[in-house]
Design a protein around this ligand. Structure first.
Ligand SMILES: [Zn+2]
Length: 270
């Protein structure tokens, strides 16, 4: 059975990062018929709240809400995402197996070392995955049994997670890499209008009950439910206003934009 590959793969350090930074975009793309995937580099075992197992269940539920075709988590230690050769190979293996055309990475600056390291690690893995002569190995992607299973979610392509170890031998380099910048104050290259996806994205964030429900553990460090909702909405509204829509998610690309017809460039100037 041929693996047709993903159209878009979002890579992030922690389960729930993607939901916060580009979940609306993933859902929008899925609704347009694109096959989307999420790779979390860690499993969340260092979190103040909840266990890695709880977060795996929550991640699977969020994937269902965002209509993600494929999701898995690597076994890189939480709080210790390092750009090592071994880790680059782990990510490169996933890229060869899933063959995304577009990869979404976190922005390369930020407060949390896992986030900015994931950005560089992801970029270098994309490069390595395309090297014809490089053997990235065939080890299993995930060490856990709780990875998101498309067959358990309605309407999701059942072939999407079928991957043979053979495919990790053939090189693949994504065509495009874009950076989700929500965690860092930088002017984006473009934003994606997620007005129609906003409520679903909010729902995908709140399925991480171990992180976001009002509870005693870590109450000093974790804002309450209403506070989070307001914060998420304010950020999305801010980026929406930049482009004249209600809610949006910000991205940065290193390349320049290419235009065929200047009369069709969106976003009003004055
Ligand atoms: Zn994170």
């Amino acid at each position: 059975m041929p693996n047709t590959g993903l159209d878009i793969l979002a890579i992030a350090a922690h389960r729930d990062d993607v939901e916060q930074t580009c979940g609306g975009t993933l859902l929008k793309m899925a609704r347009q018929g694109h096959r989307t995937g999420v790779l979390d580099l860690t499993q969340g075992e260092m979190g103040t709240r909840g266990t890695a197992e709880e977060r795996a269940r929550e991640a699977a539920e969020a994937a269902r809400i965002l209509r993600v075709s494929w999701r898995d988590a690597l076994d890189i230690p939480d709080g210790r995402v390092e750009n090592t050769w071994e880790n680059r190979l782990k990510v490169a293996r996933v890229i060869r197996n899933q063959k995304p055309r577009v990869v979404i990475l976190p922005f390369w600056k930020g407060r949390h070392p896992d986030h900015y390291t994931a950005s560089i690690l992801g970029y270098e893995a994309c490069f390595l995955a395309g090297l014809t002569k490089l053997d990235v190995g065939n080890a299993a992607v995930s060490t856990q049994q709780s990875a998101f299973s498309p067959s358990s979610a309605g309407g999701i392509d059942k072939n999407s997670s079928v991957v043979t170890s053979e495919s990790s031998r053939s090189p693949h380099r994504p065509f495009k890499i874009i950076y989700a910048t929500l965690y860092y104050d930088v002017r984006p290259s473009f934003v994606v209008d997620i007005t129609d996806q906003f409520e679903a994205r909010m729902e995908s964030i709140f399925v991480y009950k171990s992180q976001y429900s009002d509870q005693a553990a870590g109450a000093a460090d974790f804002p309450a439910h209403d506070e989070i909702r307001e914060r998420v909405a304010a950020m999305a509204r801010f980026y929406g206003l930049l482009a004249g829509v209600k809610y949006a998610e910000p991205f940065l690309q290193k390349e320049v934009g290419l235009v065929e017809d200047v009369t069709l460039i969106p976003v009003k100037s004055i």
